[in-house]
Write a protein that binds this ligand. Structure first.
Ligand SMILES: *[C@@H]1O[C@H](CO)[C@@H](O)[C@H](O)[C@H]1NC(C)=O
Ligand SMILES: *[C@@H]1O[C@H](CO)[C@@H](O)[C@H](O)[C@H]1NC(C)=O
Length: 352
């Protein structure tokens, strides 16, 4: 019995070490906020970083607070985009934060990698623009007069810096293992696709100057899209993700669509290697696999948020709950709106 126990422990240790989960750094989101990564020494103590990330941390201590915010942004956006899905991106207080749910090379893993790589690029770029970092500021390469006749001025987001930082900090986990595995190829592709979701949606924002807003002079700058937009783009890529397999071209490994009828994926698309589990049942052996018992569902929807699919055919409970709403709003001269509070009963459905 004792030796069985020892063997089991060794096996667990082995699994812990080699179920390498490159998104472990997302655990930074669990740190309590501002100033939590204040000096080089802190870098050593951070959970979820590999040695090379610790080195990057030490060389860029001032950037790490932005990385922490990026991790939080990634988790929040994942929970928003997946709020109506069976796996809703819930986190645990462990490393990795998603438990074992994304250890396999599934579509969900593809989404998590893309959104995380994007969120670091985004948060670091934001920090550059806001002037909180010494290493970077606004993008000064954007200057002069545009063909449309406006003046480039103001603070253009330095997306090149944020993207480069994300490439070194997030991608280092895949590159530190010598020969690239299929999974590393998948992760690297999706990390890059995530960053492209920002790069491909940069916008021009402008301000008018002149007498009473006459716009005699217009100054403009380049700005990142809101992160919600980035999340929407990556979620769309998730919905249309391509299942791939590894092929050798000469001596290099590449990922190609498993179904040769499909057109090849682009740099912006997400790719995955393994089919997803159904996420229906709670599985104690897979931390983070919570199942859908108790989840809200929509009785009239035929999509994944509908009770049929969300509850995996187990059926659902219905209860009447009272909700308070604003109603019969009246505009009063001048200038406010006064509403009544109305109570109404609505049906709520939860999965059995
Ligand atoms: C996700 O679903 C679980 C049950 O599967 C629930 O306990 C949790 O509150 C949900 N989380 C979010 C962020 O909606
Ligand atoms: C439920 O689904 C239907 C059909 O998709 C939709 O019109 C409705 O707004 C949904 N209800 C809620 C409460 O989300």
């Amino acid at each position: 019995m004792t030796s069985g126990y020892v063997l089991r422990s060794l096996l667990m240790l082995f699994l812990a070490l080699f179920s390498a989960n490159a998104s472990n750094w997302l655990y930074l989101a669990k740190l309590s906020s501002v100033g939590s990564i204040s000096d080089e020494e802190t870098c050593e103590k951070l959970r979820g970083l590999i040695q090379r990330q610790v080195q990057i941390c030490k060389r860029n201590v001032e950037v790490m607070e932005a990385v922490r915010r990026g991790a939080q942004l990634a988790i929040d956006e994942c929970q928003y985009q997946f709020r109506n899905r069976r796996w809703n991106c819930s986190t645990l207080d462990t490393v990795p934060v998603f438990g074992k749910v994304i250890t396999q090379g599934t579509r969900e893993a593809a989404f998590v990698y893309a959104i995380s790589a994007a969120s670091v690029a985004f948060a670091v770029t934001r920090a550059c623009s806001s002037g909180e970092l010494e290493k970077c500021g606004c993008d000064r390469n954007v200057h002069g007069t545009s063909p449309e006749g406006f003046q480039w001025s103001g603070c253009s987001d330095n997306i090149a810096y944020g993207v480069a930082f994300s490439q070194s900090f997030v991608d280092v986990r895949e590159r530190s293992k010598g020969q690239l595995s299929n999974r590393a190829l998948m992760n690297l592709h999706n990390n890059e696709a995530g960053r492209k979701a920002i790069l491909g949606h940069m916008r021009v924002e402008c301000k008018c100057h002149g007498v009473s807003g006459s716009c005699e002079v217009k100054t403009c700058w380049k700005a990142m899209p809101p992160f919600r937009k980035v999340g929407n783009v990556i979620k769309e890529k998730f919905d249309g993700a391509t299942e791939v397999e590894q092929r050798k071209v000469g001596t290099t490994k590449v990922l190609v669509p498993r179904n040769s009828q499909f057109k090849p994926h682009t740099d912006e698309d997400l790719v995955y290697l393994d089919p997803s589990p159904d996420f229906c049942e709670h599985d104690p052996r897979t931390p983070g696999m919570l199942g859908t018992v108790g989840r809200y569902c929509n009785k009239t929807s035929k999509a994944i948020d509908g009770c049929e699919l969300m509850c995996c055919g187990r059926g659902f409970h219905t209860e009447e709950v009272e909700v308070v709403d604003r109603c019969s709003c009246k505009f009063h001269w001048c200038c406010y709106v006064k509403c009544k509070q109305c109570r109404k009963m609505v049906e709520m459905h939860t999965c059995r």
